[in-house]
Design a protein around this ligand. Structure first.
Ligand code: GLU
Length: 480
């Protein structure tokens, strides 16, 4: 049995779209699941679309997630180089081989000639495709024009009749009439291969057994297959992935603000949660399980769990999943992730264990932290009406009474610990025959200046420290 060899073949044209990430992930998982090799190939033939730094984004993202490639630009391998621009001299001989076999031909048509014939065709309402003008040039004429140094391209010689087809694992049998296919350019006037030609030659020469990629390549694959047949090469297994949709009608497009992996990281999502969620966009394990580490995915992923219908990207579900991952973090890891947001909110010097205890159960994404804790850094403006709460049976008069008792009791504490503040406040409630809530509500409002806070009065008092707490309690007292 041949060993499985899959490849992720990104074009370095920008950041990592969630669709790219999913292609990389499935490609990696399939190889690992079948004990095969995962190859990284950079497809940079189209230099006009090259974006500086994009290759680093690809490397860093894959490494960060833990999808280490077995062969690729920097790690090497037996089939290198793994960057197309470094392979540029490899393609012309293959194109010439096709010319010899009559499956491709030199084309000397100039841009002006093409434009004028296209214009004429379009004037008659026809859809233009290359008219095989140069396919019938005699061998002698071709030799003469090549020797004269005339610029040329090499085109694929698509049969004029019959069907080009292939079988896709997800989409089934796909066939197109050859009559609809253009004689696509394989080698450009500058001697460089076109993207389509390089992709096929590389997949073959790198021994790729399974081609996994987005369904935007479904339409080109019949043409690719004609090339395989023309060369007499064994075809890879094709696995095209269904699209990721924003809603029932629209693909999640690169223009959507929420389409990039990096954006989710900067929005405070955890890498593991994003990867887990993306894995489920178009694949399921066949049972109810939803939580998987990358390692676990390599044990269960397979094409039979891949969906035949488009996946809908649901940001709410991603956020839910992220919240679950946040809750499963160790306190140390939670704090490490939260630290930049503590600094941003001005609470970096406060008790981290306590912050973790009140925030970890509530945070869905880390960027929510600043607005959850901003009241700790600065007491917000608030209205005395906040002291009124039906359920806790308080109002401004009761608040005045409570604060008059709480301020001296807390000021007299020998130590400012959670236990001491707790005992002092609850002891007061008991002595006054008050419900705990009636006492704690006004204290918390005076400490926080807002009705909804992570943590209760005692935790907030401990985070603020004695001086700040007493200052805020007195300010609250002055309001009622
Ligand atoms: N280079 C292509 C892209 O980035 C992928 C082509 C393929 O996987 O065959 O979209």
């Amino acid at each position: 049995m041949t060993t499985v060899r899959t490849r992720f073949a990104p074009s370095p044209t920008g950041f990592m779209h969630l669709g790219n990430l999913r292609s990389a992930l499935y490609t990696y998982l399939y190889a690992k699941r079948h004990g095969g090799s995962f190859i990284l190939r950079i497809e940079d033939t189209d230099q006009s679309r090259y974006v500086e730094g994009a290759v680093d984004v690809i490397y860093n993202t894959l490494r960060d997630i833990g999808m280490q490639w077995d062969e690729g630009p920097d790690v090497g391998g037996d089939y290198g180089p793994y960057v197309q621009s470094q392979r540029k001299d490899m393609y012309l001989p293959y194109a010439k081989q096709l010319v010899e076999a009559g499956k491709a031909y030199y084309c000397f048509c100039t841009k002006e000639e093409l434009d004028s014939r296209r214009g004429a065709a379009e004037a008659e309402g026809a859809v233009w495709k290359y008219d095989k003008h140069c396919a019938s040039l005699s061998r002698e004429e071709v030799q003469r024009r090549l020797a004269a140094g005339e610029p040329y391209v090499i085109r694929q010689n698509v049969p004029t009749a019959g069907e080009a087809s292939f079988d896709d694992v997800i989409y089934g049998h796909i066939a197109v009439d050859c009559a609809e296919l253009d004689d696509m350019i394989l080698i450009k006037a500058d001697g460089m291969p076109t993207y389509n030609f390089a992709n096929v030659v590389d997949d073959h020469t790198m021994g790729i057994t399974h081609v996994m990629r987005g369904n935007e390549y479904l339409a080109s694959t019949p043409k690719y297959n004609l090339l395989y047949e023309a060369f007499g090469w064994e075809k890879p297994v094709y696995i095209h992935m269904t699209p990721i949709m924003r809603d029932a009608q629209h693909k999640l497009s690169k223009r959507d603000g929420d389409a990039y992996y990096e954006d989710y990281l900067s929005k405070g999502y955890l890498r593991e949660a994003i990867v887990n969620y993306v894995a489920l966009l178009g694949w399921n394990p066949g049972d109810e399980r939803e939580f998987f580490t990358l390692e676990e995915l390599t044990g269960v992923f397979d094409v039979d769990g891949m969906s035949k219908s488009p996946a809908i990207f649901d940001p709410v579900k991603l956020t839910w999943m992220n919240a679950e991952y946040v809750r499963r973090l160790s306190p140390e890891d939670f704090t490490a992730h939260a630290a930049p947001y503590y600094a941003q909110a001005g609470v970096a010097s406060m008790d981290r264990d306590l912050l973790c205890r009140i925030l970890q159960p509530r945070v869905e994404v880390f960027t929510q932290i600043p607005e959850m804790v901003d009241f700790l850094a600065k007491l917000p403006e608030y209205d005395a009406a906040l002291f009124t709460n039906k359920k806790s049976k308080t109002n401004p008069e009761i608040a005045a009474q409570v604060l008059d008792l709480a301020i001296p009791a807390l000021a007299a504490l020998p130590a400012w610990t959670e236990e001491a503040v707790h005992d002092a406040l609850l002891g007061l409630a008991q002595a006054q025959g008050m419900k705990n809530g009636t006492l704690l509500w006004p204290v918390r409002i005076a400490l926080a200046g807002k009705a909804v806070t992570p943590g209760g009065a005692i935790e907030i008092a401990v985070l603020l420290g004695r001086d700040e707490s007493l200052k805020r309690l007195k300010a609250g007292r002055a309001k009622v």
